[in-house]
Ligand binder design. Structure first.
Ligand code: GLC
Length: 446
């Protein structure tokens, strides 16, 4: 195989010259997995940003997209680090150290970091900033850092890096515990974008006219901004807040990772939090996880967030099987041609193609994002559902081969949408490698 370029300008692969197995086979030098790896490397390198900011801080991170998302996004960076760890672990470490460099004295690491100076004017109104010159938002994204730090430290075999992570993630978790946690340990969010799923229909009912990106969303942000995005104040003043399944799944994973980094209480915390997640957000009547709204009400909209707990180590196996069999593998709900849609196909709000309100894109109302593949694949592998795990990775690979590393895809047709050469979709590299490690080449040959 020659040296690329392995992606076209729009992030697509050139037509593959290989036939045979679909991905990731140990021991074979030339396979489409090497295409995925090479394509991902091209995208990650193209989106890599590094330098020194006005505060003399060194930074190096991957932006999700050079035009649409030039900044550092918290959970995108976590996935970039996982992909980098399969390609160049030093970059993975640098990406995470850059998140650590953004840590506030309180322990907070925001949803978005602006390393090149204050946020663009065009975004300043809609980003959650405490003031115009803030170098990061005052809100959070799914707190996966602990998990990812542990993965990268182990792969890099660098125990100094693990020690750094132990300190950074402990401070971050202490902050979340103090600022966001309820008595059962689960943490709350102030706005749907804190869940990573900006316009998810999960919160349409309690938000109504204030849901993203309707005009009332600005009023919601303003309410929160006037309270310094302080969760406790917002709750006390009767503002919107929710207990989100994806955010809390990431929170548990963060504790699982912190245990691997050497925190003495973290393993017990992860176990306890998994129990809290099940007790509070699992609906035994339907066998699915749903978010809880501001009055403690269950919000019964099926989105892929309800599948995110599949990634958790301590989720009881019977419950895991039930979510998989009754929901994930249901072709009327999530097991579409290109799984997994961000909203179940059975929901009235499901829109597989591009969704807009006026001219503004509405995210996470049906298309497939590859963020979700990673969570779901882990559950399938834990359950030993080899055929389904292989199918998920094959179909995800097919999406990228067909449409490139796009931001999201139509789960029925595979059409790519949103940003092109989208960094976070390179998480496919991690998914293919996980499947290969767990299943081995013989079992996943198509
Ligand atoms: C969108 C997504 C969010 C992601 C960001 C950058 O806002 O909703 O989850 O972090 O894009 O990719």
């Amino acid at each position: 195989m020659d040296d690329g370029p392995w992606t076209m300008d729009d992030g697509r692969f050139p037509p593959t010259r290989h036939s045979g197995p679909i991905y990731a086979f140990r021991g074979s030098a030339v396979t489409p997995y090497s295409d995925i790896l090479a394509g991902a490397k091209t995208v990650l390198e193209r989106n890599w940003r590094e330098g020194r900011n006005d505060c003399d801080q060194d930074f190096g991170y991957t932006c999700p997209d050079t035009a649409k998302y030039p900044d550092q996004f918290f959970w995108d960076s976590c996935f970039h680090a996982l992909a980098w760890s399969r390609i160049d672990p030093r970059r993975a470490m640098r990406e995470l150290r850059t998140l650590a460099a953004a840590q506030q004295p309180s322990g907070l690491i925001g949803h978005t970091m602006f390393w090149y100076g204050p946020c663009r004017l065009s975004r300043a109104f809609t980003y959650n900033l405490l003031d115009r010159n803030a170098l990061q938002t005052a809100t959070i994204q799914p707190p996966l850092l602990g998990w990812v730090w542990a993965e990268v430290a182990e792969r890099a075999g660098d125990h100094h890096f693990a020690e750094e992570g132990l300190a950074v993630v402990t401070r971050f978790h202490d902050y979340l515990q103090q600022a966001r946690a309820d008595a059962d340990g689960l943490i709350g969010i102030l706005q749907p974008d804190e869940s990573g799923l900006d316009a998810t229909p999960a919160y349409d009912a309690p938000l109504g006219w204030r849901s993203h990106p309707k005009v009332g969303f600005l009023a919601l942000q303003n309410f929160n901004r006037r309270r310094g995005y302080d969760y406790r104040r917002v709750v006390a003043d009767g503002g919107f807040h929710a207990t989100d399944v994806l955010v809390n799944s990431a929170w548990v994973l963060g504790w699982e990772g912190l245990a691997r980094l050497g925190h003495p209480d973290a393993a017990a915390r992860a176990e306890h939090l998994t129990q809290s997640l099940v007790a509070r957000l699992y609906d035994p009547a339907t066998g699915f996880f749903f978010a809880e709204g501001p009055t403690g009400e269950r919000l019964p909209v099926s989105t892929w967030a309800g599948l995110a707990p599949l990634a958790l180590e301590h989720l009881p196996l019977p419950l895991l099987s039930r979510v998989v069999d009754e929901h994930l593998l249901n072709p009327e709900r999530f097991w579409l041609r290109y799984p997994v849609p961000s909203t179940a196909a059975s929901e009235p709000s499901f829109e597989p193609g591009s969704s807009r309100y006026l001219w503004i894109e509405r995210y996470w109302r049906g298309p497939t994002w590859l963020f979700s593949t990673w969570f779901i694949l882990r559950g399938l592998l834990r359950l030993g559902r080899e055929a389904e795990a292989a199918h998920l990775v094959e179909q995800t690979t097919a999406l990228v081969e067909r449409s490139g590393f796009r931001e999201y895809y139509n789960p029925l047709t595979g059409e790519g949408m949103g940003a092109r050469a989208f960094g976070t979709s390179t998480v496919l590299v991690e998914c293919a490698a996980l499947a290969d490690e767990a299943l081995g080449s013989e079992r996943v040959v198509a």
